[in-house]
Design a protein around this ligand. Structure first.
Ligand SMILES: Cc1cc2nc3c(=O)[nH]c(=O)nc-3n(C[C@H](O)[C@H](O)[C@H](O)COP(=O)(O)OP(=O)(O)OC[C@H]3O[C@@H](n4cnc5c(N)ncnc54)[C@H](O)[C@@H]3O)c2cc1C
Ligand code: SF4
Ligand code: SF4
Length: 428
């Protein structure tokens, strides 16, 4: 497939995570659009996307620094999970935030703390589009109501880095919330643009096993009784309980109001996860290794029905440690220190994916298909040490099959979706 020379190559060769940082860095030549079968993707003018945009792009390359024993990072977690200084478990002290949040409402509570203490003047994150509720948009929230309106994980494409100019232009600092690939993109953009770095209070990554394309949301809505996308009024994927229900509101073909819901196990396990783009299968960082703080589910035990949410919080940098300590001191979060083993106990599937990625990416390269380059991210050692023989073999032969079934050997141009003409497209 040849080398990656520009952002269009990244997008068309199945490497784009949809973060949006290229559009922030090169707004004259690149804009983010919705491609229903893939996700948020860059539309690139001829000749654009070769400089800073390509340097910051996490889609084709990611690199961690070497482990430094003096850094305070936990050695036992480095290979599988990247830099971690401390682990905490708990929840948003405000019960409304805890209930609304996906896990224990940590991301929203941390964001609100920054606004209320006037450390930050805004929070750059993701919410449902008001005009097209099955799509997402980047928003910079400035008060509690806006934050609450965007709480809960949206298992659908989002590109929060396309809003980084708002952060740079704002008076005061901002909190950033995004998926691990979004946090990695921000990290690279901060290194390239000191003006941006000076405006970031803290970056928070939410754990992510993969962001399904919009076709996943539309399939879920169809199964819940709203088959026409223009009849969807709202989509929620999680939250309002732990893990909470996926809820779609709208009207059916007879014009009758519908409110359909599915458990998280059903919505993710039976529908959404099948719509993850290939880049999520070749993703090594599912827990936000380039963020200051990462938040996810402490799923190391069975959760009895009705239990209010809890969050696992990883402190990855000194900036993150200072922020979390201040949030705890202000009473925004109720937390207790967590033992390091609770991370693998909670998210073993993500560790296995990190290992499988090594096999998947080598299988791609052997067939001439582009694969992300990971430096010092421990994928090879994880493949060798944490996967069974069967899993190691599967990572190769499963990929050989997928290269053909998903036509990964072919370039896939970005197909922009125009919500106004409601063209659903036909590609999965
Ligand atoms: C695609 C996807 C995959 C996930 N996979 C995992 C997983 O494998 N393991 C796990 O533990 N948890 C996973 N989650 C859930 C999420 O990481 C946890 O629930 C996390 O603990 C956040 O919960 P919270 O209560 O702190 O967040 P909340 O307080 O509910 O806040 C959520 C924040 O995330 C932002 N957000 C929502 N959707 C997106 C999006 N698509 N892209 C970027 N930002 C978004 C919101 O704007 C909000 O700021 C996934 C979430 C998503 C969106
Ligand atoms: S991963 Fe991000 S920077 Fe790279 S092409 Fe996709 S949207 Fe652009
Ligand atoms: S799986 Fe990885 S690449 Fe895909 S959305 Fe999540 S963090 Fe980004």
């Amino acid at each position: 497939m040849g080398p990656i020379r520009n952002i269009r190559d990244v997008a068309e060769k199945h490497l784009c995570t949809g973060c949006g940082v290229c559009a922030y860095l090169e707004p004259d030549g690149i804009r983010m659009v919705d491609d229903l079968g893939q996700g948020r993707r860059p539309l690139v003018e001829d000749g654009a996307g070769t400089g800073e945009a390509l340097d910051a792009c996490p889609g084709h390359a990611m690199e961690l620094p070497a482990f430094d024993p003096k850094s305070g990072h936990l050695k036992e977690l480095w290979q599988g999970w990247g830099p971690i200084l401390e682990l905490w478990e708990g929840y948003a002290t405000d019960p409304e935030i805890r209930l609304a949040g996906s896990s224990g409402g940590a991301a929203t509570a941390l964001s609100l703390f920054a606004l209320e203490q006037k450390r930050s003047s805004g929070v750059l994150h993701t919410g449902a589009r008001r005009d097209v509720p099955y799509l997402n948009e980047t928003i910079r929230s400035q008060d509690r109501e806006q934050l609450m309106g965007a709480s809960g994980s949206r298992y659908a494409p989002a590109s929060p880095c396309d809003g980084l100019q708002q952060v740079e232009d704002a008076a005061g600092k901002s909190v950033f919330v995004g998926k691990p690939c979004d946090a990695a993109a921000l990290n690279r953009a901060e290194a390239l643009r000191p003006g941006l770095a000076a405006k970031i209070d803290v970056s928070i990554a939410i754990f992510c096993a993969g962001a399904p394309s919009t076709l996943g949301t539309l399939e879920m809505a169809k199964q819940l009784g709203v088959p026409e996308q223009e009849n969807i009024d709202s989509v929620r994927y999680r939250g309002n309980g732990w893990p909470g229900m996926a809820v779609v509101r709208g009207t059916d073909t007879a014009g009758k109001s519908v409110e359909g819901s599915l458990t998280y196990a059903d919505s993710w396990g039976r529908i959404l996860q099948k719509f993850r783009p290939w880049r999520c299968y070749s993703c090594a960082d599912h827990t936000g290794e380039f963020a200051d703080l990462s938040v996810g589910d402490p799923w190391y035990r069975d959760i009895p029905e009705g239990e209010p949410g809890r969050s696992l919080i990883l402190v990855r940098t000194e900036r993150g440690r200072e922020f979390l300590e201040a949030a705890m001191a202000a009473g925004a979060l109720t937390l207790e220190k967590a033992a390091p083993h609770l991370l693998p106990d909670s998210q073993m599937n993500l560790l296995h994916t990190r290992g499988a990625v090594w096999g998947r990416n080598w299988a791609c390269r052997l067939l001439g298909v582009a694969a992300p380059k990971y430096r010092r991210m421990g994928t090879g050692k994880t493949w060798l040490q944490d996967l069974s023989f069967k899993q190691r073999a599967q990572s190769f032969y499963g990929t050989f099959k997928r290269v053909f079934t998903k036509q990964l050997y072919k370039r896939r141009p970005v197909v922009p979706f125009d919500a106004a003409c409601q063209d659903r497209g036909d590609r999965g």
